[in-house]
Design a protein around this ligand. Structure first.
Ligand code: NAP
Length: 462
């Protein structure tokens, strides 16, 4: 450990674990707001930065994905060093990492899916939205074989859940191939989606339209698809006067209902994909012997407490693909506690709690801090709160002092790891743009870790 005078004469050293929006905002806030010089190592287990902005935001939302240009400015800051392709817990232990820096901010998100916990959930043809999203965004860890076999020959898909991720999934499945062509989806994704003969996509809410968590802009977008028509059963939209009164103060719910009512009574028309939104139905079982053939659902009513109760009326929705989009959850890193119920790291204003007490030098931001909620910009405020706690602790002198700044990358390299730095990421970036150009696209995402690393090695060899 460095001695005190050494610690005072050098910048405050921070490692941020996770180079998604929460991590990048934390790094940016640290370098901009700290009253003392700060250097940040921004670690990610992938060779690429941007987290869910690259591997979560739907590729047919190019304006939202353009936020990566803004995020890139933080990576260009000389006080921030991107260190990709490094897995904390495998390539470097938490204890090791903490010996290199004065503070660690965990911002690695919530990558796991939540299960439905119903029979048949593990059948082929049943996927978590996290699987499908990872695949269509070209995440290196996506299970290509499983997703692609689930999509083979799909005519009828059911998406369980009525959040924005469910709408992303439904939209991507219902889009015409020519609508997806300009995106940066990997070529094999475009090919598989173009070959799937999708006729019907049903999005299923276990409660009513007034309780749906999707936002109005995302809902409205469903109406603009080239080959799909949105269908809503007017009976699903009937609300009791008490329910009407209850949602009157909820702008999102009021607007959603107005949009849904505008669609009631539409017809799909021949040759168009029927994109159905159905409410008050909860899945009780996925049917099928060796692959999914349908979902058995129970009708529900929503009580005054907002909870769904089964009515005992059942119905079967035929389906050859079922995607559960019922939320994400986070997990701990080896050596870091996680609350199993919420899937978040226990914290107080971003300070990690161990045995209920703040652990000096350990912080969280983003989904692993507050759970999977909000939009990209939400992480800015979230990171600010965490950084404020960190800087207050630095000022109060409670951080322990870490080692030499360059050591982390050198240590990793000496152990045979292959850290990807900013220049290496630029080589990947250029290779993706060049790959896109071969087909007249702005970019094609390279999905295999080995291909990403090969682009780095090729640039290094030049
Ligand atoms: P979400 O908004 O929490 O939606 C989860 C959905 O799953 C809810 O409709 C929930 O219904 C349902 N659900 C949960 N358990 C269920 C069960 N056992 N059976 C049936 N349904 C169940 O989560 P998300 O869609 O994963 O989105 C995560 C966050 O990312 C959100 O903040 C979202 O807005 C954001 N996001 C934003 C965009 C965008 O801005 N374009 C795009 C994607 C994601 P209940 O309400 O009844 O529990």
């Amino acid at each position: 450990m460095a001695d005190e005078s050494d610690a005072e004469s050098r910048p405050l050293r921070v490692a941020v674990v996770g180079a998604g929006p929460a991590g990048i905002y934390a790094a940016e806030t640290l370098t901009r707001r700290a009253p003392v010089p700060v250097t940040v190592d921004l670690l990610d287990r992938l060779p690429t930065p941007f987290g869910l902005v690259r591997h979560g935001i739907a590729p047919d939302h190019p304006k939202m994905r353009a936020i990566r240009d803004t995020l890139h400015r933080a990576l260009d800051d000389p006080g921030v060093r991107f260190v990709g392709n490094v897995e904390v817990g495998t390539d470097v232990t938490l204890e090791d990492l903490r010996a290199h820096v004065d503070a660690v901010v965990y911002t690695y998100g919530a990558a796991l899916d939540r299960p439905l916990s119903v029979d048949g959930e593990d059948l082929p043809g049943s996927l978590a939205a996290t699987d499908l999203v990872a695949w269509y965004c070209g995440h290196p860890d996506a299970d290509r074989a499983r997703v692609e076999s689930a999509l083979e020959g799909v005519r009828r898909a059911v998406v369980v859940g009525v959040g924005n991720v469910a709408l992303d999934v439904a939209r991507v499945l219902a889009r015409a191939p020519q609508e997806l062509e300009p995106t940066d989806m990997p070529q094999h994704v475009l090919d598989v989606l173009a070959a799937a003969p999708v006729e019907e996509v049903t999005v299923l809410g276990r409660r009513g339209p007034a309780q749906a968590s999707f936002t109005t802009m995302e809902l409205r977008e469903l109406d603009g698809l080239e080959q799909a028509t949105v269908l809503v059963d007017p009976a699903d939209l009937e609300l009791s006067p008490a329910a009407e009164e209850r949602i009157a103060g909820d702008r999102n719910a009021t607007r959603n209902l107005a949009v849904l009512r505008g669609w009631a009574g539409h017809d799909a028309g021949p040759g168009r994909v029927a994109l159905r939104l159905r409410f008050h139905r909860r899945p009780v079982r996925l049917l099928g012997a060796d692959r999914v053939t349908g979902v058995e659902v129970e009708r529900t009513t929503v009580g005054d407490d907002g909870r769904a109760t089964g009515t005992g009326e059942f119905e079967v929705l035929p389906a050859d693909l079922v995607v559960r989009s019922v939320g994400y959850r986070g997990e701990g890193l080896p050596g870091l506690p996680v609350d199993q119920r919420s899937g978040t790291v226990p914290n107080e204003q971003g300070r990690v709690l161990r045995d209920g007490r703040p652990s000096p030098g350990e912080y969280v931001a983003g989904w692993i801090k507050r759970g999977p909620s909000g939009v990209v910009g939400t992480n800015k405020h979230d990171a600010r709160e965490t950084v404020t706690s960190l800087l207050a602790d630095a000022e109060a002198g409670v951080l322990r002092s870490g080692g030499d700044r360059d050591d982390l990358v050198r240590t990793l390299q000496a152990r045979g790891a292959e850290p990807v730095l900013l220049e290496d990421w630029r080589a990947i970036d250029a290779a993706e743009v060049a790959l896109g150009a071969t087909r007249g696209r702005a970019r094609t995402t390279m999905h295999e870790r080995e291909t990403l690393l090969a682009a780095v090695r090729a640039a290094t060899a030049r």
